[in-house]
Design a protein around this ligand. Structure first.
Ligand SMILES: [Zn+2]
Length: 84
């Protein structure tokens, strides 16, 4: 939205109220699931909290995949032995 337009809208009490309520609405971050207000979301995404959470999620996904891979390798090994 163009800033002058924004100011025009902001002069309308109902619109301003709606806008403020919207900004105050708490929503979970789509990535880290951290609940914060919409107004704070942009800042949250640059926060250490979000970044470290993202790193944790990534690492746990890697761990899960590594475990699956280990199990699969075991399975393949077992199957190969049975075939011999
Ligand atoms: Zn987040």
């Amino acid at each position: 939205m163009v800033e002058s337009q924004f100011k025009k809208y902001y002069a309308i009490p109902e619109w301003r109220e709606k806008h403020l309520t919207y900004r105050k609405t708490k929503v979970p971050c789509p990535e880290s699931k951290f609940v914060t207000s919409r107004a704070n979301m942009t800042r949250h995404k640059r926060s250490r909290n979000h970044i470290s959470r993202m790193k944790e999620i990534k690492e746990s996904k890697v761990t899960i995949l590594e475990e699956k891979l280990k199990k699969l390798k075991k399975k393949i090994k077992k199957q190969n032995q049975e075939d011999e």
